[in-house]
Design a protein around this ligand. Structure first.
Ligand code: ATP
Length: 420
């Protein structure tokens, strides 16, 4: 087995895509007499600021000799990558062997959750004796090495069937039939997820950015994602490929505490709502979470649409687990679990005789009814209607991060309220 890791071939303007580069490398491998075992698409730390879009890196698993594999990858990058863009810094790492060494698998796991240095990647590539090629500032080597170790680091593999556009149509509006897409998505759900967003009537599997992808159908079952893609009526598909991925797995999240959390990482954090949700300019909703005196601002941004109603329904005192990336001290919510809801609130007591609100009898002296002379020692607890239940709530499919796990996939520690 030879593993060809690829990354950073894309530019925002030119609209390439490293998945397409991997497909072209796989074709060249086959043309050279090799076989392709699988294509791996790994989503690395979504907080990395150099990313073009989704921080994807790719690996082609083949049986071709290392030298030949490197030469094919090098040619493909030269031909297809946007290397004239100074922000595009491709890297290729070619590793021999059936399995990658544990330090490389560990590097891969860390690349999903942390910020890694190029020097660290280069040292590991040298230590493992891997061949490599790089362009520009060589930053792509980080993702390329992470891609090499990715498949063995996946605890919960998922699939994406990507269909590509014909070259002369790229950059023009995509022609995809909405009704057939919705029917295909419903047919494949829940084995295929995040294909459409019913609430927003959005074709989630069809990207907006320029580039070669027509649509990418994601799910748990390789047969189902392919069948869904085949049911979608659209402009001609130039080529298509199946990828094994860590998308939809929450692989980026680590269990943490508010106090110890750091920017540029993604967490599961427990706490109590300590500041009421507030909608700010632009429609973004913020609230404060507290854990034994350490506080964290949590945000549901405007693009998370109806999820913001869930967040607005929170009240001070609710116990939560929140998930998302911490950036500038604010956690960008991807999902949250209600662990305990406040169900009563203290109110001024009413008079048992006349039914009117009592009045304060003075500081610390309780309440009394002037007319009836009844009294009460303090406020009384009154039940409140809540629009939330215990369990997990999530952003809708239209706002999902590639790596975030949709609730419908299951395996959560409380009841789920999936968005569809
Ligand atoms: P593309 O389609 O080109 O892959 P992308 O959105 O996936 O687009 P890249 O252009 O690959 O983003 O940019 C990400 C860059 O960040 C790459 O150079 C990659 O090596 C690097 N990188 C990825 N993960 C990490 C990490 N955890 N720490 C540091 N650098 C990283």
């Amino acid at each position: 087995m030879t593993l060809i890791g690829l990354d950073d071939s894309d530019s925002r303007e030119r609209g390439m895509c490293t998945t397409y580069l991997a497909v072209r490398v796989a074709e060249a491998v086959r043309a050279a007499g090799g076989t392709v075992e699988r294509l791996v698409l790994v989503r690395l730390n979504p907080a990395v600021e150099h990313k073009t879009r989704g921080n994807a890196a790719l690996c082609v698993h083949t049986d071709l000799a290392v030298d030949e594999a490197l030469s094919i990858a090098r040619k493909a990058v030269d031909a297809l990558a946007a290397i004239d863009d100074p922000r595009t810094n491709p890297g290729v790492v070619v590793a021999p062997g059936e399995t990658t060494s544990e330090p490389v698998v560990a590097f891969s796991r860390r690349a999903v959750r942390e910020h890694l240095a190029l020097a660290d990647a280069e040292a590991r590539i040298d230590a493992a004796g891997y061949r490599h090629a790089e362009w520009g500032n060589a930053r792509g080597l980080i993702g390329a090495l992470a891609a090499v170790g990715a498949w063995q680091s996946f605890d919960d593999p998922t699939y994406e069937h990507i269909s590509y556009r014909e070259a002369d149509r790229r950059g023009t509006p995509r022609e995809v039939d909405f009704d057939s897409l919705v029917a295909a998505a419903d047919w494949g759900y829940p084995d295929a997820w995040d294909t459409v967003d019913h609430g927003e009537s959005a074709m989630v599997c069809v990207p907006h950015a320029p580039g070669p992808i027509l649509h990418g159908v994601r799910g748990d079952d390789p047969g189902v994602v392919r069948a869904v893609a085949e049911r979608i009526e659209s402009e001609p598909v130039e080529r298509a490929a199946l990828f094994v991925t860590n998308q939809g797995t929450d692989a980026h999240l680590r269990d943490g505490t508010i106090e110890a959390s750091e920017d540029g990482r993604s967490y599961r954090l427990d706490g109590r709502v300590s500041g009421s949700p507030e909608t700010r300019q632009g429609g973004h909703v913020f609230f404060e979470l507290d854990d034994e005196g350490a506080t964290m601002a949590c945000a549901a941004f405007e693009p998370t649409k109806r999820f913001r109603d869930r967040v607005r329904a929170l009240r001070v005192g609710d116990e939560l687990t929140v998930c998302g990336e911490v950036s500038e001290g604010t956690l960008k919510l991807e999902k949250f679990a209600v662990r305990d809801l406040v169900t009563t609130e203290p109110v001024v007591p009413t008079c048992p005789d006349c039914g009117r609100s009592m009045e304060s009898a003075g500081r610390g002296q309780g309440y009394r009814c002037r007319r009836c002379e009844t009294s009460a020692p303090g406020k009384v607890e009154q039940p409140i209607e809540r629009d939330l239940e215990e369990g997990w709530y999530e952003v809708p499919p239209c706002a999902r991060r590639h790596i975030a796990k949709p609730l419908v996939r299951g395996g959560f520690d409380a009841p789920i309220h999936p968005e569809h």
